[in-house]
Design a protein around this ligand. Sequence first.
Ligand SMILES: Nc1nc2c(ncn2[C@@H]2O[C@H](COP(=O)(O)OP(=O)(O)OP(=O)(O)O)[C@@H](O)[C@H]2O)c(=O)[nH]1
Ligand SMILES: [Mg+2]
Length: 444
Amino acid sequence: MTDTIFALATAAGRAAVAVVRISGPRSAEVVEALAAPLPAPRRAALRRLRSGGETLDEALVLWLPGPSSFTGEDSAELHLHGGRAGVEAVSAALADIGVRLAEPGEFSRRAFQNGKLDLTQAEAISDLVDAETEGQRRQAMGQLEGGLSARYDAWRTRLIQALARLEAAVDFPDEDLPEALSTEVGARIAELAEELEAALADDGRGERVREGFKIALVGAPNAGKSSLLNRLAGREAAIVTDQPGTTRDVIEVPIVIGGFKVLLADTAGIRVAKGPIEAEGVRRARAWAEGADLRLWVVDRSASGQWKSSAGVAKPGDFLLLNKADMRSGDDAALASSPHARELEVLDISATGQMGMDALWSGLEARVRKLSGGDFPAVTRLRHRRHLEQAVAALRRAQSGLAQSPELGAEDVRHAGLALGRIAGRIDPEQVLDEVFSSFCIGK
Ligand SMILES: Nc1nc2c(ncn2[C@@H]2O[C@H](COP(=O)(O)OP(=O)(O)OP(=O)(O)O)[C@@H](O)[C@H]2O)c(=O)[nH]1
Ligand SMILES: [Mg+2]
């Protein structure tokens, strides 16, 4: 038997309205105790909330009987005035009646347990609550509407069909099923494994939309990396001086490009370091740049030989920014036509002036949009990735098992199906659910 829970669903602090949510079998009793009479289902009613002979607040009260509520249980909402004291007083009154403060994610967990949502949709709700950018919002909405579950379920259905063919072969060994059975099922399994592998080989784009794409500013000392960081971030996040070797630490600044979250990092100028502090700075610069989705190589076009710092580290598709376009050209300006630059996107800019900044912004927007892959749904979490990898491994084992006997093949196809089912939470044990829902906020 479940108990009745409550939580503040809106952000804590001063606000015009605060919503307290209640869910569980005693919901009607709770509303009657505080705000009798019980309003008509799903109709807002203005009520005085009373406890111990005192009026606590005047609130809009909603009575949301199950099963057509968010959690699937009897639920209610109290829309209070948003002051802290009012919320405190109502919470205390609810605790006196004997309802319990909800754990993080407990409302969503009940919705999941009552079949209102699958696990990927519950995760989508958590992502929607956390969404800061248009890209995050769109991805989470697609997932909430079942886009991701539909994709995983379609794979699972095909697995179950392959399994049925194999089980028929196991159950009726004498009936001489077509010779071609193992070839046919084998081909289906191979096709599925390839599709799952393709979904996994997407450079983690779904995770990156959620967590942010990483873009590194790299290049020789004094090239203007910190100036450009400040320019793109719209604030003085990093120290700029005319002394080479100013920046030592990696400075990460979250920004939004083309509706997507990006973590932009300024790094130490790459050169043969003078001393251990700078050496560590250069090491970190290289490591961050190596792991980034995109590198912006900043070169002082009035200098010479600076671009050498990018040789061997720049990857095809990186940006080569010839900075200080307002100054007289040195030999680095000739770089744009050199073989080294051929695979890079070359732009003339001035980090402290106007030149090239619009072109840089639109170049970055186009790139981030391309990295996002555009066509949602993607694999959005490490948890999904882990289960997909298990499914692929099981399918690959099934392929070789099938060569020996249908039983061996069937066993591994079954494992693959279980792994896929876990993504939508079809078969998960309690502790997995604990882990998933504990990252949610209270009141969700
Ligand atoms: N004229 C001109 N000066 C610039 C431009 N961009 C940067 N500078 C100047 O170049 C100098 C170095 O700029 P920073 O942004 O500190 O260079 P950095 O690449 O971060 O240098 P380190 O941190 O030492 O690696 C400063 O004096 C800037 O004002 C530009 O587009 N035009
Ligand atoms: Mg700097």
